[in-house]
Design a protein around this ligand. Structure first.
Ligand code: KG4
Ligand code: ZN
Length: 333
Protein backbone atom coordinates (compact mmCIF):
# COMPACT_ATOMS: atom_id res chain seq x y z
CA UNK A 1 0.00 0.00 0.00
CA UNK A 2 1.46 3.36 -1.08
CA UNK A 3 0.48 6.33 1.08
CA UNK A 4 1.09 9.96 0.15
CA UNK A 5 1.66 11.81 3.43
CA UNK A 6 1.66 15.54 4.19
CA UNK A 7 3.17 17.23 7.28
CA UNK A 8 2.73 20.93 8.10
CA UNK A 9 2.40 21.17 11.89
CA UNK A 10 5.16 23.73 12.48
CA UNK A 11 7.84 25.23 10.23
CA UNK A 12 8.44 22.42 7.74
CA UNK A 13 6.23 21.72 4.73
CA UNK A 14 6.83 18.06 3.94
CA UNK A 15 5.43 15.37 1.66
CA UNK A 16 6.44 11.74 1.24
CA UNK A 17 5.35 8.49 -0.34
CA UNK A 18 5.74 5.48 1.96
CA UNK A 19 5.03 1.86 1.06
CA UNK A 20 3.49 -0.47 3.64
CA UNK A 21 4.57 1.74 6.52
CA UNK A 22 8.24 0.83 6.18
CA UNK A 23 9.67 1.74 2.81
CA UNK A 24 10.33 5.40 1.90
CA UNK A 25 9.76 5.89 -1.84
CA UNK A 26 10.30 9.66 -1.56
CA UNK A 27 10.58 12.29 1.14
CA UNK A 28 10.67 16.04 0.56
CA UNK A 29 11.11 18.59 3.37
CA UNK A 30 10.84 22.31 2.64
CA UNK A 31 12.04 24.17 5.72
CA UNK A 32 11.08 27.70 6.71
CA UNK A 33 13.89 27.99 9.27
CA UNK A 34 15.63 30.90 7.53
CA UNK A 35 12.44 32.98 7.57
CA UNK A 36 11.65 32.36 11.24
CA UNK A 37 15.30 32.81 12.30
CA UNK A 38 14.86 36.52 11.46
CA UNK A 39 12.33 36.72 14.32
CA UNK A 40 14.13 34.41 16.77
CA UNK A 41 11.35 31.79 16.67
CA UNK A 42 8.40 30.48 14.67
CA UNK A 43 5.82 33.14 13.74
CA UNK A 44 2.57 31.13 13.35
CA UNK A 45 0.92 33.45 10.82
CA UNK A 46 3.99 33.43 8.56
CA UNK A 47 4.29 29.64 8.92
CA UNK A 48 0.70 29.15 7.67
CA UNK A 49 1.26 31.40 4.68
CA UNK A 50 4.51 29.66 3.77
CA UNK A 51 2.78 26.26 3.95
CA UNK A 52 0.13 27.60 1.55
CA UNK A 53 2.85 28.58 -0.91
CA UNK A 54 4.82 25.34 -0.62
CA UNK A 55 2.32 22.51 -0.20
CA UNK A 56 1.50 21.85 -3.88
CA UNK A 57 5.12 22.14 -5.04
CA UNK A 58 6.39 19.85 -2.27
CA UNK A 59 3.66 17.26 -2.97
CA UNK A 60 4.36 17.28 -6.71
CA UNK A 61 8.05 16.75 -6.00
CA UNK A 62 7.35 13.84 -3.63
CA UNK A 63 5.20 12.17 -6.30
CA UNK A 64 7.79 12.81 -9.03
CA UNK A 65 10.64 11.50 -6.84
CA UNK A 66 8.61 8.33 -6.22
CA UNK A 67 7.98 8.07 -9.98
CA UNK A 68 4.22 8.10 -9.42
CA UNK A 69 1.18 9.82 -10.76
CA UNK A 70 -1.15 11.05 -8.00
CA UNK A 71 -3.85 8.63 -9.20
CA UNK A 72 -1.55 5.74 -8.29
CA UNK A 73 -1.50 6.48 -4.55
CA UNK A 74 -3.66 4.18 -2.44
CA UNK A 75 -4.42 6.70 0.31
CA UNK A 76 -3.60 10.23 1.44
CA UNK A 77 -2.52 11.01 5.01
CA UNK A 78 -1.84 14.26 6.84
CA UNK A 79 -0.84 15.41 10.29
CA UNK A 80 -3.99 16.70 11.98
CA UNK A 81 -2.76 17.46 15.54
CA UNK A 82 -0.96 18.64 17.60
CA UNK A 83 0.80 21.72 16.28
CA UNK A 84 0.19 25.32 15.22
CA UNK A 85 -3.46 25.34 14.26
CA UNK A 86 -3.17 27.53 11.15
CA UNK A 87 -0.17 25.52 9.94
CA UNK A 88 -1.91 22.18 10.56
CA UNK A 89 -5.05 23.27 8.73
CA UNK A 90 -3.10 23.90 5.52
CA UNK A 91 -1.68 20.38 5.26
CA UNK A 92 -4.73 18.62 6.71
CA UNK A 93 -7.21 20.34 4.41
CA UNK A 94 -4.97 19.98 1.38
CA UNK A 95 -4.56 16.25 2.08
CA UNK A 96 -8.26 15.84 2.73
CA UNK A 97 -9.23 17.68 -0.47
CA UNK A 98 -6.76 15.63 -2.51
CA UNK A 99 -8.18 12.40 -1.08
CA UNK A 100 -11.71 13.64 -1.84
CA UNK A 101 -10.82 14.52 -5.42
CA UNK A 102 -8.97 11.24 -6.02
CA UNK A 103 -11.67 9.25 -4.20
CA UNK A 104 -9.04 7.60 -2.00
CA UNK A 105 -9.11 7.03 1.76
CA UNK A 106 -7.94 9.91 3.97
CA UNK A 107 -5.93 9.04 7.09
CA UNK A 108 -5.48 11.66 9.85
CA UNK A 109 -2.23 11.18 11.81
CA UNK A 110 -1.17 12.39 15.26
CA UNK A 111 2.19 14.17 14.96
CA UNK A 112 3.76 12.50 18.00
CA UNK A 113 2.65 9.05 16.86
CA UNK A 114 4.42 9.97 13.62
CA UNK A 115 7.66 10.81 15.44
CA UNK A 116 7.60 7.38 17.07
CA UNK A 117 6.88 5.70 13.70
CA UNK A 118 10.01 7.32 12.23
CA UNK A 119 11.85 4.51 14.00
CA UNK A 120 9.98 1.84 11.95
CA UNK A 121 11.49 3.36 8.81
CA UNK A 122 15.02 2.92 10.13
CA UNK A 123 14.54 -0.50 11.76
CA UNK A 124 12.44 -2.96 9.71
CA UNK A 125 12.51 -5.48 12.58
CA UNK A 126 11.09 -3.10 15.21
CA UNK A 127 7.57 -3.95 16.34
CA UNK A 128 5.58 -2.94 19.45
CA UNK A 129 5.62 -3.32 22.39
CA UNK A 130 8.52 -1.03 23.27
CA UNK A 131 9.27 1.93 25.52
CA UNK A 132 9.78 5.38 23.97
CA UNK A 133 11.29 8.65 25.05
CA UNK A 134 9.75 11.31 22.88
CA UNK A 135 11.52 14.67 23.03
CA UNK A 136 10.50 17.37 20.57
CA UNK A 137 9.85 21.10 20.51
CA UNK A 138 6.38 20.70 21.98
CA UNK A 139 6.46 17.33 23.77
CA UNK A 140 8.62 15.42 26.24
CA UNK A 141 7.11 12.16 27.37
CA UNK A 142 7.93 8.60 28.31
CA UNK A 143 5.46 6.42 26.45
CA UNK A 144 4.79 2.70 26.38
CA UNK A 145 3.89 1.76 22.82
CA UNK A 146 1.69 -1.27 23.50
CA UNK A 147 0.70 -1.61 19.87
CA UNK A 148 0.95 0.51 16.70
CA UNK A 149 -2.10 2.53 17.74
CA UNK A 150 -2.17 1.86 21.49
CA UNK A 151 -0.09 4.14 23.72
CA UNK A 152 0.28 4.70 27.46
CA UNK A 153 1.94 7.85 28.77
CA UNK A 154 4.03 6.87 31.82
CA UNK A 155 5.56 10.24 32.56
CA UNK A 156 6.39 13.59 31.06
CA UNK A 157 7.13 17.23 31.51
CA UNK A 158 4.95 19.34 33.78
CA UNK A 159 5.83 22.51 31.88
CA UNK A 160 8.26 23.09 29.00
CA UNK A 161 9.26 20.48 26.46
CA UNK A 162 12.97 19.70 26.09
CA UNK A 163 13.20 21.34 22.65
CA UNK A 164 11.46 24.46 23.94
CA UNK A 165 14.10 24.73 26.69
CA UNK A 166 16.91 24.32 24.12
CA UNK A 167 15.39 27.07 21.96
CA UNK A 168 14.96 29.43 24.89
CA UNK A 169 18.51 28.90 26.17
CA UNK A 170 19.87 29.48 22.66
CA UNK A 171 17.98 32.76 22.50
CA UNK A 172 19.38 33.88 25.87
CA UNK A 173 22.90 32.99 24.72
CA UNK A 174 22.26 34.93 21.52
CA UNK A 175 23.05 32.04 19.19
CA UNK A 176 19.78 32.15 17.24
CA UNK A 177 17.00 29.84 16.11
CA UNK A 178 16.59 26.86 16.09
CA UNK A 179 18.44 26.47 19.33
CA UNK A 180 18.95 22.73 19.69
CA UNK A 181 21.60 22.13 17.04
CA UNK A 182 23.43 25.35 17.99
CA UNK A 183 23.59 24.50 21.70
CA UNK A 184 24.69 20.97 20.80
CA UNK A 185 27.57 22.38 18.73
CA UNK A 186 28.63 24.94 21.38
CA UNK A 187 28.58 22.22 24.05
CA UNK A 188 31.10 20.09 22.13
CA UNK A 189 33.81 22.54 23.23
CA UNK A 190 32.52 23.10 26.78
CA UNK A 191 32.99 21.66 30.25
CA UNK A 192 29.71 20.13 31.55
CA UNK A 193 30.85 20.84 35.15
CA UNK A 194 31.32 24.54 34.40
CA UNK A 195 27.98 25.70 35.83
CA UNK A 196 25.87 24.03 38.50
CA UNK A 197 22.29 23.83 37.25
CA UNK A 198 19.19 22.63 39.12
CA UNK A 199 17.58 19.23 38.84
CA UNK A 200 13.81 18.68 38.97
CA UNK A 201 11.92 16.32 41.27
CA UNK A 202 8.15 16.00 41.21
CA UNK A 203 6.76 14.69 44.49
CA UNK A 204 5.10 11.26 44.14
CA UNK A 205 5.64 11.26 40.36
CA UNK A 206 9.17 9.97 39.76
CA UNK A 207 8.68 9.64 35.99
CA UNK A 208 7.55 13.25 35.63
CA UNK A 209 9.95 16.15 35.31
CA UNK A 210 10.18 19.87 34.68
CA UNK A 211 12.41 22.08 32.56
CA UNK A 212 11.19 25.52 33.66
CA UNK A 213 13.53 25.74 36.70
CA UNK A 214 16.50 24.76 34.56
CA UNK A 215 15.54 27.28 31.90
CA UNK A 216 15.13 30.06 34.48
CA UNK A 217 18.51 29.22 36.06
CA UNK A 218 20.23 29.66 32.69
CA UNK A 219 18.37 32.94 32.04
CA UNK A 220 19.40 34.24 35.50
CA UNK A 221 23.04 33.25 34.98
CA UNK A 222 23.12 35.10 31.67
CA UNK A 223 21.43 38.22 33.08
CA UNK A 224 23.67 38.32 36.17
CA UNK A 225 26.78 38.03 34.04
CA UNK A 226 25.54 40.86 31.83
CA UNK A 227 24.77 43.11 34.81
CA UNK A 228 28.16 42.49 36.40
CA UNK A 229 29.95 42.91 33.08
CA UNK A 230 31.35 39.38 33.31
CA UNK A 231 31.86 37.20 30.26
CA UNK A 232 29.75 34.12 30.18
CA UNK A 233 31.44 30.87 29.22
CA UNK A 234 28.90 30.04 26.48
CA UNK A 235 30.51 26.69 25.68
CA UNK A 236 30.53 25.76 29.36
CA UNK A 237 26.93 26.86 29.87
CA UNK A 238 25.77 24.95 26.77
CA UNK A 239 27.63 21.83 27.97
CA UNK A 240 26.22 22.15 31.51
CA UNK A 241 22.73 22.62 30.09
CA UNK A 242 23.00 19.57 27.79
CA UNK A 243 24.24 17.51 30.75
CA UNK A 244 21.29 18.70 32.88
CA UNK A 245 18.76 17.76 30.16
CA UNK A 246 20.36 14.33 29.77
CA UNK A 247 20.35 13.91 33.55
CA UNK A 248 16.63 14.75 33.61
CA UNK A 249 15.60 12.37 30.83
CA UNK A 250 17.83 9.31 30.83
CA UNK A 251 17.52 8.10 34.48
CA UNK A 252 13.72 8.42 34.23
CA UNK A 253 13.67 6.41 31.04
CA UNK A 254 15.84 3.80 32.73
CA UNK A 255 13.45 3.69 35.70
CA UNK A 256 10.47 3.30 33.34
CA UNK A 257 12.28 0.46 31.54
CA UNK A 258 12.89 -1.30 34.85
CA UNK A 259 9.28 -0.88 35.97
CA UNK A 260 7.83 -2.14 32.69
CA UNK A 261 10.54 -4.77 32.07
CA UNK A 262 11.02 -3.21 28.64
CA UNK A 263 13.86 -4.79 26.66
CA UNK A 264 13.51 -2.41 23.71
CA UNK A 265 13.82 1.35 23.98
CA UNK A 266 13.24 4.01 21.31
CA UNK A 267 14.09 7.71 21.39
CA UNK A 268 12.33 9.98 18.88
CA UNK A 269 11.60 13.64 18.10
CA UNK A 270 13.80 16.59 17.21
CA UNK A 271 15.80 16.45 20.47
CA UNK A 272 16.69 12.80 19.75
CA UNK A 273 19.26 14.37 17.38
CA UNK A 274 21.20 15.69 20.39
CA UNK A 275 24.64 14.10 20.46
CA UNK A 276 24.90 14.04 24.28
CA UNK A 277 21.47 12.45 24.65
CA UNK A 278 22.33 9.81 22.02
CA UNK A 279 25.62 8.98 23.75
CA UNK A 280 23.96 8.71 27.18
CA UNK A 281 21.21 6.47 25.80
CA UNK A 282 23.79 4.21 24.17
CA UNK A 283 25.65 3.97 27.48
CA UNK A 284 22.39 3.17 29.31
CA UNK A 285 21.42 0.50 26.77
CA UNK A 286 24.82 -1.17 27.05
CA UNK A 287 24.82 -1.13 30.85
CA UNK A 288 21.25 -2.44 31.18
CA UNK A 289 21.40 -4.90 28.25
CA UNK A 290 18.54 -3.11 26.54
CA UNK A 291 18.23 -2.84 22.76
CA UNK A 292 18.24 0.83 21.71
CA UNK A 293 16.61 2.11 18.51
CA UNK A 294 17.63 5.64 17.48
CA UNK A 295 16.31 7.05 14.20
CA UNK A 296 18.97 8.65 11.95
CA UNK A 297 19.22 12.44 12.28
CA UNK A 298 17.29 12.88 8.99
CA UNK A 299 14.24 11.23 10.60
CA UNK A 300 14.43 12.91 14.04
CA UNK A 301 13.12 16.31 12.94
CA UNK A 302 9.77 16.91 11.27
CA UNK A 303 9.22 15.03 8.00
CA UNK A 304 6.31 13.43 6.17
CA UNK A 305 7.80 9.93 5.83
CA UNK A 306 7.13 9.32 9.54
CA UNK A 307 3.50 10.41 8.98
CA UNK A 308 3.23 7.98 6.04
CA UNK A 309 4.57 5.19 8.23
CA UNK A 310 2.13 5.75 11.10
CA UNK A 311 -0.72 6.30 8.59
CA UNK A 312 -0.34 2.71 7.38
CA UNK A 313 -0.93 1.37 10.88
CA UNK A 314 -3.82 3.79 11.48
CA UNK A 315 -5.34 2.51 8.24
CA UNK A 316 -4.97 -1.12 9.34
CA UNK A 317 -6.65 -0.15 12.64
CA UNK A 318 -9.55 1.43 10.73
CA UNK A 319 -8.86 5.09 11.57
CA UNK A 320 -9.80 6.34 8.12
CA UNK A 321 -12.23 8.97 6.92
CA UNK A 322 -12.72 12.51 5.72
CA UNK A 323 -14.63 13.44 8.88
CA UNK A 324 -11.93 12.15 11.23
CA UNK A 325 -9.68 15.16 10.79
CA UNK A 326 -10.23 16.35 14.35
CA UNK A 327 -9.88 12.88 15.79
CA UNK A 328 -6.79 13.79 17.77
CA UNK A 329 -7.60 17.37 18.65
CA UNK A 330 -7.92 16.58 22.34
CA UNK A 331 -6.04 13.28 22.54
CA UNK A 332 -2.66 13.34 24.30
CA UNK A 333 -1.20 10.81 21.91
O1 KG4 B 1 10.35 17.18 16.54
P1 KG4 B 1 10.72 18.52 16.07
O2 KG4 B 1 11.45 18.65 14.76
O3 KG4 B 1 9.48 19.44 15.99
C1 KG4 B 1 8.44 19.38 16.93
O4 KG4 B 1 7.57 18.48 16.79
O5 KG4 B 1 8.49 20.19 17.88
O6 KG4 B 1 11.61 19.15 17.23
C2 KG4 B 1 12.15 20.42 17.11
C3 KG4 B 1 12.99 20.69 18.35
C4 KG4 B 1 13.48 22.11 18.41
O7 KG4 B 1 13.16 22.64 19.68
C5 KG4 B 1 14.97 21.97 18.19
O8 KG4 B 1 15.72 22.98 18.85
C6 KG4 B 1 15.25 20.60 18.77
O9 KG4 B 1 14.14 19.82 18.36
N1 KG4 B 1 16.51 20.01 18.29
C7 KG4 B 1 17.55 19.70 19.09
C8 KG4 B 1 18.60 19.26 18.25
N2 KG4 B 1 18.15 19.29 16.96
C9 KG4 B 1 16.87 19.76 17.00
N3 KG4 B 1 17.68 19.80 20.42
C10 KG4 B 1 18.85 19.43 20.95
N4 KG4 B 1 19.91 19.00 20.22
C11 KG4 B 1 19.84 18.90 18.88
N5 KG4 B 1 20.88 18.47 18.16
ZN1 ZN C 1 7.78 17.24 15.44
Amino acid sequence: MRILAIESSCDETAAAVVEDGRNILSSVVDTQIETHALYGGVVPEIASRRHMEAVVRVTEKALADAGMDKRAVDAVAATCAPGLIGALLVGANFGKSLAFALQKPFIPVHHIRGHIAATYLAYPDLKPPFLTLIASGGHSEIVMVRDYTDFEILGGTRDDAAGEAFDKVARVLGVGYPGGPKIDRLAQEGDPMCYKLPDSHIKDAPLDFSFSGLKTAVINLAHNAEQKGETLDKNGLAASFCAAVVHTLVPRLEMAAQRTHARRVVCAGGVAANSFLRAALQEMAKRTHTRLYLPPLSLCGDNAAMIGSQAYYEYLAGSVGLTLQNAFATAEI
